[in-house]
Design a binder for this molecule. Structure first.
Ligand code: PLP
Length: 380
C-alpha cells in the first residue's frame, strides 16, 4: 500500500506510539487526583505542555489541550465572537478557503447577527495583508486566516497578516492544523493571538489537539464541568494522547530541516511527473506551499473515479479534503481559486510524509498517468 493522504491523517510515529503505550499502561490516574499516581499524571501533563509551548515559542500557560483541530477552531472563533458581542463589535473577517471547522462556526455566528466577511483568495489560494487591512473596521472583533490550506497546500502570509491585526488592535486566529510540525511556527514573530493544532496531522494520535491563546486573550469554555485547563476546557485530560502529541510534535520540530528537504524533493518529483499529463492543472502556489502537498485537476475526468482506480493499485489519495469527499459538491477551495465546477470535480490531492519514498513517487506518477488516460478514453 502507498499512503499519500497525510493531509487527512497521518500514521503515528514510532516515538509517539511508544510514549502512548507506556502511559496507557502506566499513567492511568486522574491528573487532578491528589495521590502520588495523580501527581505523576499531572507531571506528564505539565511536561507535555512545556514541550508543546517550546515548539511554537509560546508559554506553557498559553497552551490549552482540546480534542483536536475542530474543537480548537470552534473555541477560538466563538471566544472572539463572545468578546465582540460584549463590546458591540460584530464584524468577523475570514477567508473563502478555511476548513469547515471555521466556516461552519462562522455560518452559525452569521445566523446570530454577526457580519461575517469572507475574503476572496487569489488564483493561488492566498489572501494579502493589504486585503485584510482594507477589510478591518471599527467593529471588527476577529480575523481568522488559516496558516496553510489543507486541500491545495498554499501557505498564507500569516506573519504579515498578524502584524496588520496587531497594529489595528484586532484579535488574530490562525488554523495551523496543516502547518504545525511541517513548517516553522513562532507565535510571537507571527503576531498570533490564537492558534489551532491537531496531533493526528503530525504523526500523533487522533482526538487530541491544542488551542494556543496568548496571555490576555479571553477564552470561553465550550465544555463545562471541572476546572481542568484553567477552567477553559472541562473533562479529565487524555494524558497518554497528550504526551504522545508532545513527543510527535517535538520529533517533527527537531527533524524539520531534514524532513522538509526530503519531503519537498518527493513533492516536486510528483509535481513535475504529473504536470506532464496533458490538460492537468496544478492547484495552489508553486513556492509558498506545504512540503508534502500536491493537488491537481485533470480536464475531462471525475476525481472520484480516479480515486477508485488508484485505490485498486493500493494508492491512498483524496479528491480534496476528507470532509467534502463523499459529498457531490465540488470543493469550496477549488471554486474559490477560480476552477469551474466541472474542473473542480476532477481534482486529486496527494499529501506526502517522511514515510513516503522516491520509489513510491515513481509508482504514483505511473499509476496516475495511466488512470487519467484510461478515464479519458472510456466514454462514461
Ligand atoms: C484536519 C483539519 C482540521 C480538523 O482537525 P481535527 O483534529 O480532525 O478535528 C482543521 N483544520 C484543518 C486545516 C485541518 O486540516
Amino acid at each position: 500500500m502507498i499512503y499519500a493522504d497525510n493531509a487527512a491523517s497521518t500514521a503515528m510515529s514510532e516515538t509517539a506510539c511508544k510514549v502512548m503505550m507506556k502511559y496507557l499502561n502506566e499513567c492511568y490516574a486522574n491528573p487532578s487526583s491528589l495521590h502520588r499516581a495523580g501527581c505523576d499524571a499531572a507531571k506528564v501533563l505539565f511536561e507535555a505542555r512545556q514541550t508543546i509551548a517550546e515548539c511554537i515559542c509560546a508559554r506553557p500557560r498559553e497552551i490549552f489541550f482540546t480534542s483536536g483541530g475542530s474543537e480548537s477552531d470552534n473555541q477560538a472563533v466563538l471566544s472572539a465572537a463572545a468578546a465582540g458581542r460584549r463590546s458591540g463589535k460584530m464584524h468577523i473577517i475570514s477567508t473563502a478557503v478555511e476548513h469547515h471547522a471555521v466556516l461552519n462556526t462562522l455560518e452559525k455566528l452569521a445566523g446570530e447577527g454577526f457580519d461575517v466577511q469572507l475574503l476572496e483568495v487569489d488564483q493561488n489560494g492566498s489572501v494579502s495583508p493589504q486585503q485584510v487591512e482594507k477589510a478591518i473596521r471599527e467593529d471588527t472583533c476577529l480575523v481568522s486566516v488559516m496558516y496553510a490550506n489543507n486541500e491545495i497546500g498554499t501557505v498564507m502570509p500569516v506573519r504579515e497578516i498578524g502584524a496588520v491585526c496587531r497594529r489595528k488592535g484586532v484579535l488574530f486566529h490562525t488554523d495551523a492544523v496543516q502547518a504545525a510540525g511541517h513548517i516553522p511556527i513562532n507565535v510571537i514573530d507571527d503576531n498570533i493571538d490564537m492558534l489551532s493544532i491537531s496531533a493526528h496531522k503530525f504523526h500523533g494520535p487522533k482526538g487530541t489537539g491544542v488551542l494556543y491563546a496568548r496571555k490576555g486573550v479571553m477564552l470561553e469554555s465550550l465544555i463545562n464541568g471541572g476546572a481542568q485547563e484553567r477552567g477553559k476546557r472541562a473533562g479529565t485530560e487524555n494524558v497518554p494522547a497528550i504526551a504522545a502529541m508532545a513527543a510527535a510534535l517535538k520529533e517533527c520540530c527537531d527533524e524539520m530541516q531534514n524532513s522538509t528537504q526530503y519531503v519537498c524533493a518527493l513533492r516536486d518529483k510528483l509535481i513535475s511527473g504529473i504536470s506532464a499529463i496533458a490538460q492537468s492543472t496544478l492547484n495552489g502556489d508553486l513556492k509558498k506551499r506545504l512540503p508534502g502537498s500536491v493537488s491537481f485537476c485533470f480536464e475531462g475526468i471525475e476525481g472520484e473515479s480516479l480515486l477508485l482506480l488508484l485505490d485498486k493499485q493500493g494508492i491512498c489519495a483524496s479528491s480534496g479534503s476528507a470532509c467534502t469527499s463523499g459529498s457531490l459538491e465540488p470543493s469550496h477551495v477549488l471554486l474559490a481559486i477560480g476552477r469551474s465546477r466541472s474542473l473542480a470535480k476532477s481534482s486529486l490531492r496527494l499529501s506526502l510524509s517522511r514515510y513516503n519514498t522516491p520509489q513510491q513517487a515513481d509508482q504514483i506518477i505511473k499509476a496516475v498517468t495511466q488512470a487519467v488516460m484510461q478515464l479519458r478514453t472510456s466514454d462514461c
